[in-house]
Design a binder for this molecule. Sequence first.
Ligand code: 1GP
Length: 252
Amino acid sequence: MILSALSRAREAGRKLLAVLVDPDKATRECLRALGEHARQGHVDFFFWGGSLVNQPQSEYYLRLLKGFTEVPVLLFPGSVYQLDGQADGLLLLSLISGRNPELLIGHHVTVAGRIKQMGLPTVPTGYILIDGGKATSVSYMSGTTPIPSDKPAIAAATALAGEQLGLRLIYLDAGSGALTPVHPRTIRAVRAEVDLPIVVGGGIRNPDRAREALQAGADLVVVGNGLEGDHSWLPSLSAVVHASHPSAVGVK
Ligand code: 1GP
């Protein structure tokens, strides 16, 4: 459903916003507040996941969030242990910037049957890590080296290979809490190379950073860290994302 939403948005020259919720940091109050923002139209999708999930009540908190909002919740799993049939779908990540076979295909084989049993709709996602100026949890936990931030051609070739392999979405991620978000020149290079929808996240901590990513060709931006504990700027972020972007229409 995220693919059809992205397709409709692109046709209309609109952009989308996802809020990433780390289950380990969820509280009832924060989920209720996010549900209220969603009710006001500030959020198009919730992504649900983190590098670690220590919190034993992750399922409970996901049920709470589902009770607070009808906005779709997609799993953005940090590991195979983060599957939950309550979600509306699963970003089935293949970490194509890395060379860790477990994250390219191994874990997928392990949980393929379980995903089928759960009936979780999957979104085959080419997940590309870009250096965000510091070691992030995702690069450490995945045991992979991000693409250098000054090598947009490598990012573009990686995304193109993902498209040729049949992946349906490209996710450019500088990693949660990145010092520097994915550089606009990298987004532009990927945009110029593939037709797939592009998601950009990592280190977006103010509306200007979101605007830069969208103007460079991102279809959807993801914000997690910057909203944890402070949702006050979510309305202004939403205003920037959901402002019409006529220049986006027709962007390849
Ligand atoms: C991380 O793209 C997401 O995988 C969001 O990053 O937490 O830095 O917003 P932040």
